[in-house]
Ligand binder design. Sequence first.
Ligand code: ADP
Ligand code: MG
Length: 475
Amino acid sequence: MTTPEQERWSRVKGRLRSTVGEDVYTSWFARMDLEGVQDKSVRLSVPTRFLKSWIQAHYAERVLSCWQAELPDVHRIDLTVRSAIRPVAPGKEAAPAIDPRRADRADGRTADLRATATVPVSANHDALGGSPLDPRLTFASFVIGRSNTLAHAAARQVAEGRRGDPVMFNPLYIHAGVGLGKTHLLQAVTWAGNSGNERKVLYLTAEKFMYGFVAALKTQTALAFKEALRGIDVLVIDDLQFLQGKSTQAEFCHTLNALIDAGRQVVIAADRPPSDLESLDDRVRSRLAGGLVVEMGSLGEELRLGILKSRVAAARAHHASFDVPDDVLNYLARTITHNGRDLEGAINRLLAHSKLNAQPVTLEMAEREVRDLIRPQEPKRIKIEDIQRVVARQYNVSRSDLLSSRRTANVVRPRQVAMYLAKTLTLRSLPEIGRRFGGRDHTTVLHAVRKIEALVAKDTALSEEVESLKRQLQE
Ligand code: ADP
Ligand code: MG
């Protein structure tokens, strides 16, 4: 038998479901129950304190307005935590009006702790299934050089934090190109953090976060997933640039906010700075940029040599006869400039070759074995800010002139040139470029690009100017 109150609650839930969408609804509201309506306040309950604070932080207004659509008099929602031992009846048809004793208990800490305790520690990890860790990627094997000093120091600081310590920079956001040590550093943080056994550090690739979450939603364990996330002291997310899909991003945003607000540490790596993560919405981007953002530059020759030596030392632990003479190491460090993966690959090949042929490593052999790893110098990664700076300097205007809405001829042309260079020298999309030029529409960017292309074709002075700007940027 349904009471009018239950019917009303069903309609409120229907409204909620249609405003927040199915995914969000199932994640957060599926286990929310009506406890009763009294005067102008509605009492609702959820099974855990985490859900309670999450809903209060993110959805309080929506819940209230959905109620007000049914009962205009309602002006307040009380959300409580149900006791863990209360059976959850399917359908909840017979939800009684408020039972003051239970409400008291549900509000109290005892009940709430019990609810937490029902999630066993191991289940936390089952639900989350962290990404696998490579035992070699530790701080001990991480070589410090000029390009990664700051990132290393910040990562160390995070790894050495203790439970309850104030969090210094949150999130810590590390970005660098492929093979420059992001994963190594993140896994080092995870190993170091977990070794004390005091804090729980979870390492997830963005893909794992995505598929883990989607899979959890599909199998209705989204709650377990969130419960488990709550038990994490440090959340480490690698390759954030792969995070895709609206609902996952919304979840990521919530997770990020909830963890940061709760004083938990978040560490993130990506191949570009937050401002270039095109598919993320502005709020997430600014939250990411609000902590410490550190770039790791390309590996200098000295650092490359250090990495090679550390790799050889690691290999010698298992292959005592393996030895790489200094001239070979120097040769490799000088010529394999591209990234850390190629350095690792080079050592692996030398090891394989010397084992299989039972021969010592020589310079001649090294030259032959690693020939294909020697790539021409990578073109420099050009940033939109650099383009704006160089163009502004060339035309004697300020960078803010370029971003402004001013339309006088002395800024319009430089602005068009800058947008043209952004399109031709970076991989950024038209909408992204528009956004970075003071929030312009992508059609404006397209117009500028076409305009400059046409002018360059017939105006040699401009064409030379553009070439000179390109050279300055590529230097
Ligand atoms: P990314 O995640 O940035 O693409 P990785 O962390 O996977 O790069 O690094 C690629 C390879 O280079 C790995 O074998 C890693 O151990 C090695 N490497 C990169 N930087 C360093 C460093 N500073 N010290 C030791 N090894 C490094
Ligand atoms: Mg990586």
